[in-house]
Ligand binder design. Structure first.
Ligand SMILES: Nc1ncnc2c1ncn2[C@@H]1O[C@H](COP(=O)(O)OP(=O)(O)OP(=O)(O)O)[C@@H](O)[C@H]1O
Length: 311
């Protein structure tokens, strides 16, 4: 059977007495973009640094294409590309010089470097600036160079730590489009604290909080993970609030217009059906009823709360 591109088993790390990440397990089999979402201090950079072989874990293992990263770091790292939060750019070099230097660091054979640099500049659309000194480039172009250094050795697994941080809206769109493009051929793990980033880019999400994975699944699953607990209803007969509160399962009522109400319910899955029947029986002239789905932001906050409550 094919080995997963990356497999992490029982991974834990502590800097001192406090665990920064604890007992993390996951594996990716497919190409695509996987989002690692978490607030500041959740443990993203620690996890990324370990996965890329920059930091040695306290416990557990990382396998890249079946190769144990701790036991065979040089072989394993040939399969990994890494763009840390602070791109490791040499600001005084030109793009071409810098990428040649990176190819050397990656131990690429001398006779392959020239073509690899040309190819990666083409891919990242920076060929026209090949001779330009990096410090004179815009933030968006510097980030393209950062991405170029991460794929120059053609790794099949790429880790991008907050890749659009500090960019303006146009630059964000351009860098996202480049990430999507490179992910067609590779597996990309992208860390971010920005919900819109995972919405725009990722196929699957891992959410990390206080060093532990508290959710993994598709974007839709993430969005639906927290069941809705409110619905709105338009009732042209404008019944009094007290009558609505009398409906079994309804916990609170908010009046949000002359005829519009927001009703909070317990975990009764048939509440809408029951509510519609009552409206018809009482002739409240129901015009509209709609479940309110939690936004990604709400889900994020709820998941963090759930984790705290379960501890
Ligand atoms: N070198 C270090 N020494 C001691 N503690 C550290 C060190 N680096 C990180 N930590 C702690 O480990 C925990 C996880 O930090 P980490 O940087 O991995 O989180 P993060 O999700 O990447 O946050 P950010 O987005 O702010 O970088 C935090 O409590 C942090 O204070």
């Amino acid at each position: 059977m094919k080995e997963p591109i990356i497999k992490v088993t029982n991974l834990s790390h502590r800097y001192n007495a406090q665990w920064a990440i604890k007992d993390i397990n996951f594996e990716f089999q497919e190409k695509g973009i996987y989002g690692l979402l978490g607030a500041n201090g959740a443990g993203k950079s620690t996890l990324m640094n370990i996965i890329c072989g920059v930091l040695n874990q306290s416990e557990g293992d990382v396998f890249i294409n079946g190769i144990n990263l701790r036991e065979q770091p040089v072989v394993a790292k040939k399969h990994i590309g890494f763009l840390p939060q602070q791109p490791p750019l040499q600001l005084e070099l030109t793009i071409k010089e810098y990428l040649q230097y990176c190819a050397g660091l990656r131990l690429m054979p001398e006779n392959t470097i020239k073509a690899a640099v040309e190819e990666v500049m083409e891919k990242c659309q920076i060929s026209h600036f090949a001779g330009r000194i990096i410090k004179n480039l815009s933030g968006g172009y510097q980030q393209r160079v950062g991405i170029a250094q991460s794929i120059i050795h053609k790794p099949d697994f790429i880790v991008l730590d907050e890749p659009t941080n500090g960019l303006d809206p146009n630059q964000i769109l351009e860098v996202r489009s480049l990430i999507k493009d490179i992910a067609t051929e590779r597996t990309v793990l992208l860390s971010t604290h920005i919900l819109q980033e995972v919405q725009a880019l990722c196929d699957d999400i891992w959410m990390i909080n206080e060093g532990q994975i508290i959710f993994s699944g598709s974007l839709d699953e993430f969005d639906n993970y927290i069941m809705p607990s409110t619905f709105t209803a338009t009732l042209l007969a404008s019944p009094p609030e007290a009558e609505l509160l009398n409906i079994p399962g309804i916990q609170a009522v908010e009046i949000i217009g002359h005829t519009k109400y927001r009703l909070q319910f317990d975990n009764d899955k048939e509440i809408i059906e029951k509510f519609i029947k009552i409206c018809v029986d009482k002739d409240w002239r129901l015009m509209e009823v709609a479940l309110e789905k939690g936004s990604l932001n709400t889900v994020f906050a709820e998941l963090s709360k759930k984790k705290v409550q379960s501890n």
